[in-house]
Design a binder for this molecule. Structure first.
Ligand code: AMP
Ligand code: GLY
Length: 425
């Protein structure tokens, strides 16, 4: 098989996991990461180009004979990296800027869902303060207020009282908390039920659904504390007993959304991530992300066997090969090790010990906020590492993940001890 050179854009644990899975793909030759991180540097060549520089990335891809680009972060999609690569005829797994509007505008996603009968919370969109306040006053007490644009995961306010909701609206529309990303707000009904993340690999028309996963957004055990970028995940979140539910999600979410995007001339190629709440009246979509989830990807990829590069390349070329990947039995769990002060003021520069010991215990260790200092890894961001275990059962996977996490130390390290069982320790 010809050797396929791959470029992975991004620098988090999600992209480290993508590099790890590509490294295991038989068809893959060189892997380049831009900008990458010290973990990725163990298995790929890191080139210091940021994900938001489409021109430089396209040039790198041409210069290095890249046959497949995989885009990690949403900022790269919004910056139009995929469009620039496609202009140069470089196969890329990721949506164009127009297709990624599903993520970078919540208002766009909500209107598309409403127009296509995709189940989602009742909502309204406002760009005036008076209109938004009137909408809040007309709703029941529990409402959710969201900035329209990308706000690094901080743009959503789940409000328990009308006063909270009014304050959230004022912060977004009057105080300009999120700049342009907050020029409009979405106000929606608050839904109740367990959350689940379902990701489909899409070729513009067809899709292959990955196992379901669940993320843990709160910093502290028992789902307490501030929201974060994700403190851990496990998969599958819906087991074999839930096949009918997953098929319902295919039929009511992925199929109509892909068809609508294609009809609008914005066919969706890439990972389409549906964040759902399983309410008593069925699954409802909270949001779409137009990329792999983080930390979901770190627990999903170990559950897949086969050639990830061929799966993504076939999707990038508009004809996804459903045989390229197989689901292997069992479960995976991931624990995020975060820096002192995360999420508000993460401290950098703390020396990290025990990564190899964690790997010796059978865990996978994916880097995110790390950097090298005098030949030794130190903290360099909020979420430092994701430690993943895999096993025949969820409990077995958790045991490996926690054995790995317990082997690692750095000053101020914080992690949740109740991944997969919030509140049950
Ligand atoms: P989002 O970025 O839209 O996924 O929102 C972040 C988090 O806010 C979600 O993971 C949910 O926990 C919560 N959330 C968002 N929308 C709603 C809603 N309509 N009802 C209840 N919780 C929500
Ligand atoms: N885990 C949710 C996300 O990637 O945004």
């Amino acid at each position: 098989m010809p050797q396929l050179n791959c470029l992975v854009i991004g620098s988090g644990a999600r992209e480290h996991a993508l590099c790890w899975a590509l490294r295991r793909s038989r068809s893959v030759g060189a892997i380049i990461a831009a900008p990458g991180n010290p973990g990725m540097a163990e298995i790929a060549e890191c080139v210091p180009i940021p994900g938001t520089d489409p021109e430089a990335l396209a040039q790198l891809a041409v210069d290095r004979a890249i046959g497949l680009v995989v885009v990690g972060p949403e900022a790269a999609l919004e910056a139009g990296v995929v469009d620039r690569l496609r202009e140069r005829d470089i196969p890329v797994f990721g949506p164009t800027r127009a297709a990624a509007e599903l993520e970078w505008s919540k208002a766009f996603a909500k209107h598309l869902m409403a127009d296509n009968a995709v189940p989602t919370a009742a909502f309204s969109v406002h760009d005036s303060l008076d209109g938004a306040l009137a909408a809040v006053r007309a709703m029941d007490t529990s409402v959710v207020v969201k900035a329209d644009g990308l706000a690094a995961g901080k743009g959503v306010f789940v409000c328990r009282s009308r006063a909270d909701a009014e304050a959230a609206v004022r912060r977004i529309l009057a105080d300009d908390l999120f700049g342009d990303a907050g020029a409009r707000v979405v106000i929606e009904e608050c839904l109740v039920g367990p959350e689940v993340s379902v990701i489909a690999l899409c070729d513009g028309e067809r899709f292959v659904r990955l196992p379901s996963a669940r993320d843990h957004k709160r910093l502290l055990d028992g789902d307490r504390g501030p929201n974060t970028g994700g403190m851990g995940a496990f998969a599958p979140a819906i087991d074999a007993d839930g096949t009918a539910l997953l098929e319902e999600i295919d039929d009511r979410v992925f199929r109509p959304v892909l068809a609508a995007m294609a009809r609008m001339g914005r066919p969706f190629v890439g990972a389409l991530f549906a964040g759902l709440i399983l309410t008593r009246s069925g699954p409802q979509v909270l949001e779409f992300n137009c990329r792999f989830g983080d930390p979901e990807t770190q627990v999903l990829l170990p559950l897949l066997e086969g050639d990830l590069a061929q799966a993504l390349l076939s999707a990038a070329n508009g004809k996804i090969d459903p045989e390229a990947l197989r689901r292997i039995p069992g479960a995976a769990a991931g624990v995020v090790l975060a820096a002192e002060g995360y999420p508000d003021h993460p401290r950098g520069g703390d020396r990290i010990f025990g990564i190899e010991a964690a790997r010796d215990r059978g865990a996978l260790v994916f880097h995110a906020g790390t950097r090298m200092h005098d030949g030794h890894p130190v903290t360099g961001g909020g979420r430092v590492l994701t430690v993943v275990g895999q096993g025949q059962t969820l409990d077995a996977a958790l045991a490996v993940a926690y054995a790995g996490a317990d082997a690692i130390t750095f000053p101020g390290m914080q992690y949740r001890r109740d991944i997969a069982h919030p509140g049950r320790l």
